[in-house]
Write a protein of this length. Structure first.
Length: 324
């Protein structure tokens, strides 16, 4: 049975799990508060890793501080799903993690109550809520605007919310009517608005606008999974994890309703089954090994770093970042 938790318990240690015929006593998976945790939950719930582990535990990080506490704590995890730029930042700060894959390639939308908004250019003279000033969605949105010829300091106004949740609250309270949101909050706002009698539109697919603005295609390497130092000397376990994780992504894509049911059982995700199921349909999932999409990753990182190098830890990660 899967175990959901928020904090690391017990003292533990950070010794490497070496290559051995013995199973790992407890394989620890860590995921973010959203649909990206569902493939990990699927692995744990269905004992998909029982060839390499006696028990699989899933823990959820709610914010970056909790993620860092888990990674730097005495009982470090084996595999962690996180935004790709966060993984690069941690690597550049000296954590010897390895990027295994990119599995989320599209998760960003502009949601509004105005049906006339259909492209970035339609946002001229509008106010747009953007959560977390300086974070990846903000930098990506600003970059698309700039490349489209929109000056975000003159042609539109940005209202920075402190969190994505505050962004959703402002929309649902009718205080604002246009925002940049990631899944599953985008879907949740649309469904909650409809229930309350307010029509919200998925006005702009920012992945499509990224392609129009850059010509780099509509796939953005948003997030994936990394292997932590604790598991690095166990290539058989890493291979098994990647095989099963890839199959879990396939299951998620093909069974959004069941994925929604599974996700709704994770109390700390805070989403009901229907919004999760719908958000799965509006998230671009595709398991690609990180070393096979290095060019996509580096191009994305370069664009982000043009505006704020700190978003990737100051530089492009070297070749040691990619698991071979």
């Amino acid at each position: 049975m899967v175990i959901f938790a928020l904090t690391i318990t017990g003292t533990g240690d950070s010794r490497t799990e070496s290559e051995s015929s013995d199973k790992i006593s407890e394989l620890v998976l860590v995921g973010p508060p959203g649909p990206m945790a569902i493939p990990l939950a699927y692995l744990a719930e269905n004992n998909k890793l029982n060839d390499i582990a006696e028990k699989t535990t899933l823990k959820i990080w709610e914010n970056q501080d909790q993620l860092l506490a888990m990674i730097n704590g005495g009982d470090t995890p084996h595999f962690v799903t996180m935004p790709s730029n966060t993984a690069a930042t941690l690597y550049n700060k000296g954590i010897d993690l390895k990027s295994l894959d990119i599995s989320v390639w599209g998760i960003l939308y502009v949601i509004s109550t105005d049906p006339s908004i259909k492209s970035i250019k339609d946002l001229t003279d509008h106010e747009v809520i953007v959560p977390f000033e300086g974070a990846m969605p903000d930098l990506l949105f600003n970059n698309i605007c700039q490349k489209t010829g929109i000056d975000t300091s003159k042609d539109l106004s940005i209202y920075y919310a402190s969190t994505p949740q505050q962004t959703a609250q402002l929309l649902l309270a009718g205080q604002k009517n246009c925002a940049v949101l990631t899944e599953p909050l985008a879907t949740q706002v649309i469904l909650k608005g409809k229930k309350a009698g307010t029509d919200f539109y998925r006005s702009i697919n920012l992945q499509e606008e990224w392609n129009k603005a850059t010509g780099l295609g509509d796939r953005i390497p948003i997030a994936g999974t990394v292997a932590m130092p604790k598991i690095m000397n166990n290539p058989d376990a890493i291979k098994k994890f990647m095989e099963e994780y890839s199959l879990a992504i396939d299951w998620l894509k093909n069974n959004p309703d069941e994925a929604g049911d599974l996700g709704s059982q994770i109390e700390k995700l805070g989403f009901e089954a229907k919004p999760i199921a719908e958000s799965v349909k509006n998230t671009r999932w595709d398991f690609v090994r990180a070393n096979e999409c290095k060019e996509d990753i580096e191009t994305f990182f370069t664009v982000l770093a043009e505006q704020n190098p700190k978003i990737i830890g100051g530089k492009l990660p070297d070749s040691g970042y990619y698991y071979q």
